[in-house]
Design a protein around this ligand. Sequence first.
Ligand code: MN
Length: 730
Amino acid sequence: MAYIEHTIEDVENLYTQYIHNKDDLKLIRHSFEYALEKHEGQFRKSGQPYIIHAIEVAYLVCQLQGGPTTIAAAFLHDTIEDCGVTQQDLIKEFNEDVAEIVFSLTKIKALSHQRRHDKDFVAEGHRKIFLGMAKDIRVIIIKLCDRLHNMRTLDFQTPEKKIRISRETLEVYAPIADRLGLNEIKGELQDLCLKYLEPNDYLEIQEFLNTKVRYREESIQKLEKKIADMLLPTKIPFEIKARVKRPYSIWKKLKEKQLTFETIYDIVALRIITQTELNCYEILGLIHSEYSPLPGRFKDYVAVPKPNMYQSLHTTIIDRDSSIIEIQIRTKEMDIIAENGVAAHWRYKENSKYDPKKEQLEIMEKLHWFSDFVAMSNENEDSREYMDSLQKDIFEANIYCFTPHGKVIDLPNGATPLDFAFKVHTKVGERAIGAMVNNQLVPLGHKLKTGDVVEIKTSQNANINRGWLNIVTTNSAKNIIKKYLAKQNADFIRENNIQKGRDSLIEVFKDNGITEQKMDQLINQEVLKIFNLETSDDLFLQIASRTILPSVILDKLGLRQESTIDSFIKKNTSSKKSNFSNQSVLVKGTPNILCTLSPCCSPIPGDNIVGYVSQGKGIKVHRKDCPNVSREKDKNRLIDVEWNPACKETMVPVQVVVRASDRDSLLVDILNLLSQLKIPCNKIMAKSHRTTFTSTITMTIQIKNIAEYRDVRDSLINIGGVYQVERVTH
Ligand code: MN
């Protein structure tokens, strides 16, 4: 590849086309003369005067229509490093802006020299440092132009340097150019890298292109003419160019997709440039009506642009001679952006105020490069917060520290060893207990400086605590710590609820005469299956949240009815088995039939009652208004029963629900009342409802008769806050 050298007049011819302001022209001219003077007597490896390099870089910047400050900085870009000029000199001679850009370029160069010999050269880290230091798009553009000219003249370097610079270019600079959509620069950089890194492959591809393209030239021209003839009568504006695929992208396709030269269809593509988006689709329609498209090859980057703003319609068609060719359709504007990306978008516009900060924001928005970073990191958090903090961390990166192995860790100003630890790896952060900075033991809250070598001391156990939030400055570390603390808190609440649920179940089972041991047995053998749960912890959690009630568990196990009734019957009949005079309920006319009180509505002596002839279990006594009775369809099973007037000392359990406004010591007042009335209470449970500020108290009390119940009820309703007292029917 031979390059025509440019002169200062060539550069002038370019920028005078779009820069007219006298002060601006003066600034550019002065910067050139200053650089010429400072580089006087310096020569490049090629033997040429050094100023040629500055002129070429400025020329490339002008091709991208850089503004006066950018052009001036391009001329001056090597003066601080090579000519003993200081940033102060440049401020005095030019202005802050120019000086700052040149200074940033010098910093980047120094850093890449410093880290160059590392074994741990990590391209991604290097790109990040570069982007972090170059907070101004003008710095990035000049740096890329500088690298391009250095690559173009790489022949004069030593073989080792050729390899090293090519590798760095391919891994660091080409991806940045790609991300910025600077496709022309990216393409040329990659081709040059291929030439030095894989010289044999490069030659083979060149050879192939020369023969293949020449061989196909005629048929491509024919196709061009056919498409032009088709479009002309439609009056849609268009322009057709043929474009040959770049060697590097052919090489990549051959390597990655295991293709052969014959199976790469898009070595030559036709590019149709038109005026509007609509025109693009119209042209696509016309082409598809004339030629059959290759299935699966149509891509609509107009509707869905690539992250670097690239827009175009791509389709691959089969020509009549059955050759295959890719066609790209785009507007003029899309074409400019496709070639020069960001630079096209931020082309110098005279008389518009230049604001690097605003511009940086726009770039970030337009390029979505941070979504790329997010995609690269393994965490799947798509939240804005994450994006924002990442963005902040990268762009506020001001200090650069090193791991003992020489890996660069970029951090914001004021960062501490703890930030460093989390940046290295979440696990390192979680287990950090101390830090060595430049071989000195320091606290985790120590402020780091650029160049510090930081070694983190860890212990096996996670050490995170709330105080760390005051030590770290990076949002990414803060997020990890917060997440960890929240999880720890959730674990604590969960443990607590498991215990609560278990305790309340133990209590209920105990009331029914079942030991804790037996309960655990029942849970594992039956309860989990019944409720379709995995572990007993799941069950206890559901009990704590009251999605499963202990009483329901007893019901399902068939335990509660049995035990309550059994004990009731035992109490009343065991001593005089054949004597029914002590039975509380008698069947009218036939006093010798066993009657038991049904637990579903727990009738109290005095209630209106009815008997139900159950199968094998004698007669169950219900209240007349019990819903279970009214639901019973077989009315023949109902039998008249009456309270036994001879049985005076019987006590029956009654479940009562008290509803009240939530207040302190409500439960104490209820228990006091019951004890004053001498009403035994064998179970009481309170639940407060936070949303309604009410509580529900469920209790089981022992009652002699309905009159006594009414007394209790009336007394309860007189307790402050109580608004409802009800007997429970299951
Ligand atoms: Mn340079």
